[in-house]
Design a protein around this ligand. Structure first.
Ligand SMILES: Nc1ncnc2c1ncn2[C@@H]1O[C@H](COP(=O)(O)OP(=O)(O)OP(=O)(O)O)[C@@H](O)[C@H]1O
Ligand SMILES: [Mg+2]
Length: 358
């Protein structure tokens, strides 16, 4: 699916903006505070139902009641369809696809695999496991239909179990423990299958980005050895004492090791970015094999990768033929990138478009 045109109203400092998007790279150039990231945020609101910068309501333009984002999407077999997202201050949000209201954000998310690359991307390597789990779940979700529902149900069951543990209501624990164990096994198995499937693509992307970087990838389920039901039984006392569930898919991680050490301990920041990029690009490449191109949202594209790594990164992306919306505050970065590839450059200033170039 391709986005042909994007219309925004009342998003951050943008009162109204219309972008005719290119099927290749779309680069937003402009000074700090121009509203470049706001455009990516609008796309994220549209396809994911939430912002990547705190509360979604914060994206509504000051003194306005609602924001509106609309995309004209070209779906191969169905012509051009409209996806819209409206969000009211103090109220809810509504997303419509082809005139029909969508209730679950996962339904829209499934329409288009989105890859969001923010300047904090290296945190995936250097930070805690949450963002790596998110990566794993995002990929699993796109290949395994019931993964999103399983995760939702698991989170609910885990919350209930933890609440009972905290209150010391041990007698009523069994039902939730069984649910946590069953759903946990299903989530663990789906993640493991996806992980095995995607790792070759990630390795290939890493080899293209940073041929000298040898990284070992493994997936920790969130518990050791035996089944989760047995683990929970064995750890019962520990859970009761700590008032929380100590094992399960909420403790899972994608373990990254370089030269026998945790990657976070030995890699430079730039190397970390290359590794994190490989994880994202590899994920998109895996989906591409199923004929599902991703939409890349890349904020501050020049940051942290040196010229060589930057060029390798974009060469890899070029090879995938995905649609990209990217930002940079540096004109030179934009010109260097656009010199070799097909796309469109949008100059943004104070929430307005000042110039469009091919
Ligand atoms: N709710 C809001 N209403 C109006 N303006 C806002 C709101 N929230 C943020 N802004 C302003 O919107 C502008 C757009 O910010 P944005 O982060 O999109 O800029 P940017 O072009 O990405 O800048 P940078 O190059 O610094 O990353 C900022 O000037 C910010 O102060
Ligand atoms: Mg920005």
């Amino acid at each position: 699916m391709l986005i042909r045109r994007l219309d925004l109203a009342n998003v951050r400092n943008i009162e109204s903006l219309a972008l005719e998007l290119h099927a290749g790279i779309n680069l937003l150039i402009g000074p700090n505070g121009a509203g470049k990231t706001a455009v990516l945020e609008a796309l994220h609101l549209l396809f994911r139902g939430r912002s990547f910068r705190g509360r979604a309501e914060g994206a509504i333009r000051r003194d306005e009641r609602r924001l509106h984002v609309q995309a004209a999407c070209q779906a191969d077999d169905r012509g051009t369809l409209r996806l819209t997202h409206t969000r009211e201050r103090g109220g809810g949000a509504q997303t419509q696809w082809d005139g029909r209201t969508i209730r679950q954000s996962s339904t829209v998310a499934a329409l288009m695999p989105l890859q969001l690359l923010l300047p904090e991307l290296p945190d995936m390597v250097f930070g805690g496991p949450a963002s790596r789990r998110q990566w794993l779940d995002w990929g699993t979700f796109h290949v395994k239909q019931d993964h999103a529902a399983n995760l939702r149900d698991y989170t609910r069951a885990l919350r209930s179990r933890n609440a009972l543990l905290r209150m010391g209501e041990i007698d009523t624990l069994a039902g939730w423990t069984a649910q946590v164990a069953n759903l946990g096994e299903a989530i663990g198995a789906a993640r493991r299958d996806y992980f095995q499937q995607v790792v070759p693509s990630v390795k290939a992307c890493l080899a293209a980005l940073s041929p000298d970087l040898a990284v070992e990838f493994s997936c920790y389920r969130g518990w050791q050895g035996q089944g989760l039901a047995e683990t929970l039984a064995d750890q019962h006392l520990r859970d009761v004492k700590s008032g929380t569930t100590n094992s399960g898919p909420h403790r899972a991680d994608v373990v990254l090791r370089a030269e026998g050490e945790p990657a976070a301990a030995v890699l430079s920041r730039g190397q970390g970015k290359a590794l994190a990029s490989a994880l994202r690009l590899g994920q998109a490449q895996g989906l591409l094999k199923d004929g599902r191109p991703s939409l890349f949202l890349i904020d501050d594209m020049g940051a942290e990768l040196d010229r060589v790594h930057g060029e390798r990164f974009y060469a890899l992306l070029d090879g995938m033929g995905c649609q990209i919306v990217a930002t940079s505050a540096q004109e030179e970065v934009g010109e260097m990138l656009m010199a070799k590839r097909k796309g469109r450059m949008f100059h943004v200033k104070q929430g307005r478009l000042v110039d469009v170039g091919e």
